[in-house]
Ligand binder design. Structure first.
Ligand SMILES: [Zn+2]
Length: 142
């Protein structure tokens, strides 16, 4: 594995379950114990009912592309070899949205509304990043 020089998450007590699950190939998020709301980003209280208690639930990893752009400008030098690259907001089946990338296809292929499935890219021994592949597209190197 080449040295990974892009920004990495600061793994701490509040987000460790997310990153440990990602390393195992699972997408998990907090689910409120009081109202069952699934939330992301990680927070100490439920944004819907303000309850403190939660459990981590494993999501399906399925979603759709809610919004999608292709970056041609280098905003962070760590990504200078990646342009042009895409950034997608993924609408997950369970409700939350997260920013990620659509991998495995050319940047002009993904469209808003396309069905996607999470995949994990191991970038360091501790960190695997959730990315998304179009459903129905054969796996190929990203
Ligand atoms: Zn709640």
């Amino acid at each position: 594995m080449n040295e990974y020089l892009k920004p990495l998450p600061c793994i701490d007590g509040s987000n460790r379950p997310f990153w440990e699950a990602a390393r195992q190939g699972h997408l998990v998020m907090q689910q409120c114990s009081a109202c069952a709301h699934v939330r992301f980003p990680i927070s100490h209280v439920c944004p819907r009912c303000l309850a403190l208690e939660h459990q981590w639930c494993t999501l399906s990893g399925r979603g759709t592309i809610y919004s999608y752009i292709v970056y041609h400008q280098v905003y962070n030098p760590a990504f200078k070899h990646d342009v042009p690259y895409n950034v997608a907001m993924i609408q997950l089946e369970e409700g939350p949205r997260l920013f990620s990338n659509v991998v495995g296809v050319a940047n002009d292929v993904p469209k808003v509304g396309d069905a996607v499935q999470v995949v994990f890219e191991e970038v360091t021994p501790e960190v695997s990043l959730p990315r998304f592949r179009l459903c129905g597209v054969d796996a190929q190197s990203a």
